[in-house]
Design a protein around this ligand. Structure first.
Ligand SMILES: Nc1ncnc2c1ncn2[C@@H]1O[C@H](COP(=O)(O)OP(=O)(O)OP(=O)(O)O)[C@@H](O)[C@H]1O
Ligand SMILES: [Mg+2]
Length: 464
């Protein structure tokens, strides 16, 4: 053998310690097939991705959902994917994160969309009537049950029921609900006849249900039954990329509503908005955008101006004490009432300043005028009060000649109560009056849940 020719083989076998035979025809075919399959898989995957993404965008448009954070998109994606099944869905998230639109999405994307969709606020229905509302009752089953009545579960047969604030359900109702979820069976109040229904249940809560289970307020078996598919709506502070989008949308909406140009933020104001904690989430952002839109004359909002509207802004940098307990919602709702009360008081103060300023400007002698000018300067430092105050016509006083006292005002001055409780009562009364006693609307206007409103009405004995 020619050694020169043999060398390359030897060298090759030295460098490549194993022999790779050329692929056989069948292997080539498999390779070609798997390559094709891989390409096909990639193609399908890309199509799926585009379809889901397009779906998510279309859902957002249809249901007027603003935001593009991955966590929000994921929640919408799960809702559309699970819609076609009959699985129970539990939507959780802090107060004001936007849970209420999700059951609608699930219903509309399901085969049940032509059936009934009933949203029940479990927190707003008194404990004594909730079973009857949900499951119906027989005539004479309790005082006042003059007729037999169908419950929501019977009416929504073939459709979807949204149980909002599900953690508020009394334990006895939780038992009935568990049975209906497991077998579709239920009993009307006062009846022993088992009825059947076919309802898809979507529930929502801002309460930590695990804690509620631990403290015995929520049944564990019901939790697992409801939580077949969990959807978590992220708090606003975890989707900062959506904050400015939402502000822009809300300011445009309020501009249209109040027929004024939309408010805009300076860069420092944007920073303020982004660094805030937003414990009340999108509901709070919406309320604050409305307040700024209405109360600020200047349409360009500076950072410092914005801070005035954000409660505890300066505490933001401190570690937050965040109690995720059951009272969180009540607390935040009550806090919202307090914000409103404070704003109301601020408005009153402005009015008061105007009145005082008018009275002061009516002063006659130059000494009084000088004092008044000083007071005005203190009250309105931004206003140039060096200009002489116009001398108004002297106002007429009625003088009691006997004791020489100047009676400046014959009206009885009733001192306004500044108690927060009184203010709260007053606001609740006003809201109820405005909405003709409809609690749902009144609660929306007050920015609190119907349940809190219901409790306050009881507490202050405001029942008509
Ligand atoms: N992505 C969003 N785009 C536009 N508006 C939103 C969005 N999310 C929520 N909102 C608005 O924020 C407000 C609060 O939303 P929603 O009532 O759904 O809160 P929630 O999660 O049910 O709160 P709670 O637990 O207190 O009942 C509503 O006015 C809603 O329209
Ligand atoms: Mg809600």
């Amino acid at each position: 053998m020619d050694t020169k020719e043999a060398a390359p083989f030897e060298t090759a076998s030295f460098y490549i310690p194993f022999y790779i035979p050329p692929p056989s025809f069948s292997q080539l075919l498999i390779y070609h097939k798997s390559h094709f399959q891989l390409k096909k898989l990639l193609y399908i995957h890309t199509l799926n991705y585009l379809a889901i993404n397009m779906d998510v965008q279309a859902v957002k448009q249809r249901f007027e959902i603003i935001g593009n954070s991955p966590k929000l998109n994921r929640a919408i994606e799960i809702a559309t994917q699970v819609a076609a099944t009959d699985m129970s869905v539990l939507i959780t998230g802090e107060s004001g994160t936007g849970k209420e639109v999700f059951p609608k999405i699930i219903h509309q994307f399901s085969a049940r969309k032509h059936g009934q969709y009933i949203a029940v606020n479990c927190g707003a229905i008194p404990e004594g009537t909730i079973d009857s509302e949900l499951f119906g009752h027989e005539k004479g089953s309790f005082t006042g049950a003059h007729e037999k009545r169908k419950g929501y579960f019977e009416v929504a047969d073939g459709g979807t029921i949204f149980l909002d604030e599900v953690a508020e359900l009394p334990l006895s109702t939780q038992v009935r609900l568990l049975r209906i979820l497991e077998t579709g069976e239920f009993l009307k109040v006062g009846s022993s006849t088992v009825l059947k229904t076919n309802v898809r249940v979507v529930a929502a809560t801002n309460v930590n249900l695990i804690e509620a289970i631990q403290s015995g307020r929520f049944r564990e078996d019901l939790y697992y039954r409801l939580n077949t598919v969990p959807i978590t709506i992220p708090p606003l502070r975890d989707r900062k990329e959506d904050i400015l989008l939402l502000f822009r949308k809300f300011s445009a909406d309020f501009a249209e509503k109040y027929r004024m140009p939309a408010v805009k933020l300076t860069d420092p104001a944007k920073e303020v908005l982004l660094s805030y904690r937003w414990d009340g989430n999108i509901r709070q952002l919406k309320n604050i955008t409305e307040q700024v839109s209405v109360l600020e004359g200047d349409r360009v909002i500076e950072g410092d101006t914005l801070k005035n509207y954000l409660p505890n802004f300066n505490l933001e940098k401190l570690p937050a004490i965040y109690n995720k307990g059951v009272d969180e919602k009540t607390f935040s709702s009550e806090r919202e009432i307090l914000y409103k009360v404070l704003f109301d008081m601020k408005k009153d103060m402005t009015e008061l300043k105007k009145i005082v300023s008018n009275i002061i400007q009516s002063g006659t002698d130059s000494k009084t005028n000088e004092i008044n000018t000083r007071i005005l300067k203190n009250m309105y430092p931004e206003h140039d009060t060096d200009e002489p105050i116009d001398q108004p016509e002297p106002i007429s006083f009625s003088i009691n000649k006997e004791d020489n006292h100047v009676i400046q005002d014959t009206e009885e001055i009733i001192e306004e109560s500044l108690s927060l409780e009184d203010k709260e009562k007053e606001l609740i009364k006003k809201a109820l009056e405005k909405h003709g006693g409809r609690r749902k609307q009144a609660a929306i206007e007050l920015g609190i849940s119907e349940r809190t409103l219901y409790r306050k009405i009881k507490e202050y004995d405001l029942n008509e």
